[in-house]
Design a protein around this ligand. Sequence first.
Ligand SMILES: [Zn+2]
Length: 352
Amino acid sequence: MDKRGLKELERISAAAGSRIDYVQGGGGNTSVKLGDGLMAVKASGFKLSQITPEQGFVVVDYERIRHYYENVDLSQDKDFEKESVTLARDSVVEMEGLPVLRPSVEAGFHSILKKYVIHTHPVYANILCCSTEGKDLAERIFKDKAYGCIWIPYINPGFCLTLKIKEEIEKFISETGKFPEVAFMENHGLIVTADSYERAIGLHDEVNDTIIAHFGLYGEYPKLELEALGENEFVSKTGYLNEFFAVRHADAGFFEKYSLYPDQLVYLNSSLSVDGQGNKLNVSSNTGERLYKTNYSEALTIEETLLGYAFVINSVEKCGLRIKTMSERDIDFIKNWESEAYRKSLVKDLTR
Ligand SMILES: [Zn+2]
């Protein structure tokens, strides 16, 4: 196996995965194309920081996946979401000494990009991605950069997202003659792709640092603090969140109203109860107290997601922008992702 490629996958994964302002919980994914049409991509259920040359990734036949997206016939009446997930799983190549894992649901778009791919949910890029003015601002802020940037309008993750990215890349190439290395994903996050791992890591920092500099958002990212009360019981002592809840008086409706991106729905909203006691995270809208009733690892994932979410909301407003939320239909898709009939009805819209 391509040992160097796997070491490079570890490097790019650690660069993105060691910072909670870049990825929260199990979010984000990375990949490296190895020789012989193979790609090592983050496995589902792992954190970026857990990837080493021995674990946390799967090897797939990415040319088979790419071929599928290049030739898919949307006029057929079938469940493309399911078909593409099955294809990704069938494309897994068993490697000696490696467990057979499930590839990330985002393996599709990794297949159509350059050799190294870093996909994250950075709080800085998400200031643009979660604001009404973000698309125009991204164009303005990045117009003189040598690397090309594209904007991906919000679309359901999985099959539809890969096709949309492919379409935007082709459009950009036909207009400029070059392959875009940066993609801003509306209500989602950031992708950078490059032909060397150093460039991928450097570009990922550069894009976020450019946004920090543009808005003057200097200063350290808030510290996260959980205090153990007992086994599987933690209280959040994160100062930034104390202030967030003191100012916002966020009730249950707040989190529904401000649905910024899929990971918020999956990791935060579904585990959250405001003024109740029975969920993994219980928030008092009166005092802002946040009590976790789950294991440390899951409490940390939820707290990281909550902190990123609060930071993006505060920053969008601080920068004088308007928050852009997901639509009801987008939210429904995430909540019903497992439902085949539902997915099928939505893919139909793509063929119009
Ligand atoms: Zn993502």
